[in-house]
Design a protein around this ligand. Structure first.
Ligand code: SAH
Ligand code: F3S
Length: 470
């Protein structure tokens, strides 16, 4: 069959008679949601749904939601409000909510939002075509039961037509930890690991389709495999070794890792596995032991810093990032200062910092939210200001260095009065964005995409580096 521009390459053959429809998905929150959106597109494609960027063109609109903090949830609700008028113009339109808010709210969301047709949790993506068909029959559908651990099967990702240089592969769902502030165990359920052979197959397929970098995803990747049965279940470190051995894979990353489980094995992988990039996101949350205990994180600041030291011994120059929560219930000024002191000692390359937000059903939400909003705001601003200064210094340190960049694609045209030169962008192994110009002819030739370039760094900005080909 010859593909024309009208053929949905993503979809493959459509069941005969299925009319072509457009789906608009807006994704909120973490990489896990981004990956779920890809699976949503994958299961809809054989039913002749094509993606669109224009909600007005769509006959299916889905918001793939995040509930980790209240703000994310509010953003989703106001977006729903903006989309509501489309329902009046398009009888055929099905409006649905997926992801963590859907899982958490279920039927309640249908009650709260009268024009909403469909609510489904992350465990129900495979059934989406049937759920949409029911909603089209003007039934209001809510599917949020968790699939039992043993019965859960992952949708194996198929490479898209346009495989990106850098792709994500889910290796597990859910989280068995009990961090007192966190809603994820409630919205994503218990940990279920994808069998190692399936993970390896998926990475192999992505590499065959053009991916050069893969990030394996889970809420707590170092507990990978603990739920699987059998006598040859790999640990997370062993899984990384198997992936590292895949021919053609240049770079391997993972996220997220809890500072407690099996961390020594994982530290040992750095410097040993050639594809494993020198970057580690290791959420600490707080620099104070009492607060960590209340958060039920089960490590001390000293233990955490030992892990950081071990990582830096194993892989000097490794880039580190973390998550910080300010204003946890009961956090005093002095305890907050401990977090600033930790940031100053560790000197992360980047951080993600959040004001504590009470989440329904969590243990912490039963404690008094004692830190007033203006204090939370001020603490957040101080954390960010300190980290900005550290990040700037870490970025400046790249100037004069030659770095290996995996080229992802065009960045923007640099018109500095010289002959037209066009910028490509890519990332270092330490996950910093680098922009560099190439001659116009080469820019259009695609010859750089997915290739490793060596770039002399000449300038550091707050979020990215600029340089020229070495
Ligand atoms: N292991 C997960 C964590 C998910 S939540 C992962 O894949 O990253 C991401 C971050 O959000 C957490 O590390 C924490 O810093 C922050 N967070 C979670 N719950 C929060 C809450 N109730 N209030 C503020 N920040 C929160
Ligand atoms: Fe949340 Fe802690 Fe798991 S932050 S995702 S409960 S490791």
């Amino acid at each position: 069959m010859v593909a024309t521009s009208d053929t949905n390459l993503l979809a493959g053959p459509a069941p005969s008679g299925a009319p072509r429809r457009y789906v608009y998905v807006q994704t909120f929150g973490c990489q896990m949601n981004v990956n779920d959106t890809d699976r949503i597109m994958q299961v809809l494609a054989p039913h002749n749904y094509r993606p669109t960027d224009d909600p007005a063109q769509a006959s299916l609109i889905l918001l793939n939601t995040c509930s980790v903090r209240d703000k994310a949830e509010q953003k989703m609700l106001s977006q729903l409000g903006r989309l509501a008028p489309l329902k009046e113009y398009n009888d055929d339109l099905v409006l649905g909510v997926a992801g963590c808010v859907a899982q958490q709210e279920g039927e309640r969301l249908l009650k709260k939002v009268p024009y909403l047709d469909l609510v489904f949790g992350p465990d129900h993506i495979a059934e989406l075509p049937e759920l949409v068909a029911r909603a089209r029959e003007h039934e209001r559908v809510s599917e949020t039961t968790f699939t039992k651990r043993k019965a859960f099967t992952f949708i194996e990702a198929e490479p898209r037509e346009e495989t990106r240089v850098s792709e994500f592969v889910t290796i597990m769902k859910g989280c068995d930890k009990v961090c007192s502030f966190c809603i994820v165990p409630f919205t994503r359920g218990r940990e279920v690991s994808k069998p190692a052979d399936a993970v390896v197959r998926e990475v192999e397929r992505l590499v065959a389709a053009g991916a050069r970098e893969v990030t394996v995803l889970g809420q707590n990747v170092n507990s990978y495999g603990k739920d699987l049965q059998g006598d040859r279940i790999p640990t997370f470190a062993e899984l990384l070794r198997r992936i590292d051995a895949i021919e053609g894979l240049e770079r391997l990353r993972f996220t997220t890792s809890h500072p407690m489980d099996a961390i020594d094995d994982l530290v040992a992988c750095f410097g040993e596995l050639p594809s494993l990039c020198e970057f580690f996101h290791l959420p600490v949350q707080s620099g104070n032991d009492r607060v960590l205990r209340e958060m039920r994180r089960f490590y001390t600041v000293a233990e955490y810093e030992e892990t950081v030291a071990a990582l830096r011994r194993q892989s000097p120059g490794i880039a580190l990032s973390t998550d910080i929560i300010v204003g946890f219930p009961g956090e005093t000024d002095a305890e907050f200062e401990d977090t600033l002191a930790l940031l100053a000692r560790v000197r992360y390359d980047t951080i993600f910092a959040f004001k504590y937000s009470p989440r329904p059903g969590t243990r912490a939400s039963e404690m008094d939210d004692t830190v007033p909003e203006p204090v939370k705001r001020e603490r957040l601003a101080r954390v960010l200001a300190l980290q900005d200064a550290i990040t700037r210094e870490r970025m400046e340190a790249y100037v004069g260095e030659t770095v290996e960049v995996l080229v992802e694609g065009p960045s923007r045209m640099a018109s500095k009065g010289q002959a037209a030169r066009w910028q490509l962008m890519g990332r270092t192994r330490t996950n910093v964005i680098v922009n560099f110009p190439v001659p116009l002819g080469e820019f259009w030739s695609d010859r750089w995409i997915g290739k490793l370039a060596r770039v002399n760094v000449e300038e550091a900005k707050s979020n990215s580096l600029y340089g020229t080909l070495a």
